[in-house]
Design a protein around this ligand. Structure first.
Ligand code: NAD
Length: 503
């Protein structure tokens, strides 16, 4: 691989961006205060393209988590009492502020997450969409009247905010994945404590806190405690204060988070990993299938829960599909995300890179052939296409989370379904065919929460249910689904006439 030049781009001082708090990002955000690290350990925020340290943020302690939950619990009732138009108004103001700071956010997405300009655009749009829909939920905290089986009784079902919501998010689409819970939670009258990922404490949390602060959110309603999963994660997710524990991340960590939450009678909402199949049936339009396959595999270096993890291609199209995809992979510009025009940036850190590269090497050792890519420089991993792959090879049976496209042949639609379903995950998928009803039959048989026909799995719309089955999670996000998660129904009955008791 040609060495990636990152020297030609000047690295910004992110503590000086307009969106940054006065003293820079070196702070926790609790009760409306930016508390500096003091004698706490710090997290070094690294630019994955250049590997230089951009800034440091405090590594929150268990005591910080306790403080944040206490503050959130105290602030919640008064916030829930504010009129819905006021709650919606503050949340909606964040949408406009995202426009105002769009350039700063794009810079942060590039240097903190390794996201190229295209990804910054997607993430900004997704964040604004989810915040807008979330704000609208403030007006939809509706209950109902229900007939009673008891004479003279009136049944009223009221919908209340859940209370304090704990939120843990990953690094891949940090602003969006955080916003899709924080915005609806706040609009519905909850308070929030957020632990962003240690790789992206700024775009995953502190930047959103700065936006909500500027939008006029009362102190204590939204609190951010950046910290390592291995130091405060168990304490955060097994805490007695929150009523809902929203977790987006790996299935392995999510299982433990869910168990700890349930141990405290806290409702878990889990959005976890995926092993999504892109299925190309024998009658598919090859060019469309290849275009979709490239986009679904290589966007943001394949680091999305809904990225294509495996390409399943009918044997009659297999060779042409592999050649087409390899051609596309080789043409993708790779380089510093701050440089305009690049499509492939760095992966997030060394351990992710080593995992991806290891899966490729092991698959090749087991008989796969590298048709494109296969090399890396620093954290830049070439878009890689592998042929001759079987479903049990490491790039196929694991969620590789990298710019890697293992292509597996199949003989019949039934075999494609069997291969696709042969995983503990069940998040998303896609099916290509020129016969939509044939594709529908396959889609019906896929054990996933989402399937896209004649497209690829990377789809998320703020008003459509998002989520998976099996090891991909519990519950659905977006619109009325997240409203259900973030509220509780309460039955209040009024006995309007004296009731006849049996004794
Ligand atoms: P991860 O599970 O390692 O980390 C996610 C978050 O969990 C981070 O904030 C981390 O600090 C925290 N954490 C780690 N240990 C913890 C513990 N013991 N207790 C509580 N929190 C802890 O995930 P990752 O590798 O950073 O992210 C990628 C994963 O996230 C992939 O599996 C991907 O598919 C998944 N993901 C899912 C969705 C979805 O909507 N389904 C979206 C994006 C990413």
């Amino acid at each position: 691989m040609v060495a990636v030049d990152t020297d030609s781009v000047e690295e910004p001082d992110i503590d000086e961006l307009d969106i940054a708090p006065d003293d820079g990002w070196n702070a926790l955000y609790v009760d409306g205060e930016w508390a500096p690290a003091g004698d706490r350990d710090v997290i070094e925020v690294e630019n994955p393209a250049t590997r230089s340290t951009l800034t440091t943020v405090p590594s929150a302690t268990e005591a910080d988590v306790d403080d944040a939950y206490e503050v959130a619990a105290e602030a919640q009732a008064a916030w829930a009492d504010r009129p819905p138009q006021e709650r919606a108004g503050i949340v909606n103001r964040v949408v406009s502020l995202i426009d105002e700071y769009a350039d700063d956010l794009a810079t942060l997405f590039a240097v903190e997450c390794g996201g190229v300009g295209l990804k910054a655009g997607f993430e900004t749009e997704l964040a604004q969409g989810t915040i807008e829909v979330g704000a609208g939920l403030a007006m939809r905290r509706t209950g109902r009247h229900q007939e009673s089986v008891t004479p003279g009784k009136e049944n009223i079902v009221v919908r209340e905010p859940a209370g304090v919501v704990g939120v843990i998010t990953p690094w891949n689409f940090p602003l969006y994945l955080t916003s899709r819970v924080v915005a609806p939670a706040i609009a519905l009258g909850n308070s929030v404590v957020l632990k962003p990922d240690e790789n992206t404490p700024i775009t995953g949390g502190l930047a959103l806190a700065a936006l909500f602060e500027e939008a006029g959110l009362p102190d204590g309603v939204f609190n951010v405690v950046p910290g390592y999963g291995h130091t405060i994660g168990d304490h955060f997710s097994g805490h007695p204060v929150p009523s809902v524990m929203s977790f987006t991340g790996s299935s392995e960590v999510g299982r433990g988070v869910g168990q700890r939450a349930i141990g405290e009678y806290t409702e878990p909402a889990l959005e976890l990993g995926g092993n999504n199949a892109h299925i190309v049936l024998s009658d598919a339009d090859l060019e469309r299938a290849v275009d979709a396959g490239a986009f679904g595999s290589f966007t943001h270096q394949g680091q999305e829960c809904i990225s294509i993890n495996r390409h399943l291609v009918h044997e009659s199209l297999y060779d042409d599909y592999v050649a087409g995809l390899a051609d596309r992979a080789e043409q993708l510009p790779i380089g510093d995300p701050l440089e305009e025009g690049n499509i492939v940036g760095p992966v997030i850190n060394e351990s992710q890179r080593d995992k991806i590269v290891g899966f490729v090497e092991e698959s090749v050792a087991q008989g796969a052939t590298v048709e494109a890519g296969g090399d890396h420089d620093g954290l830049f991993v070439e878009p890689t296409v592998l042929s001759g792959v079987t479903n049990d090879m490491p790039t196929a049976c694991n969620e590789h989370f990298g710019p890697v496209a293992p292509v597996i042949p199949f003989e019949s639609d039934a075999e494609a379904v069997e291969l696709a379903n042969d995983t503990e995950y069940g998040l998303s998928g896609s099916v290509h065919s020129s016969d939509v009803s044939r594709a529908r039959d396959v889609a019906d048989d896929l054990e996933t929460g989402m399937v896209h026909i004649n497209d690829q799995p990377l789809n998320d719309e703020p008003h459509v249910p998002f989520g998976g089955v099996g090891a991909s999670g519990i519950g659905r996000y977006n619109d009325e689904q997240i409203l259900e998660t973030l509220t509780e129904l309460k039955w209040i009955s009024v006995q309007r006439e004296p009731r006849e008791y049996p004794y």
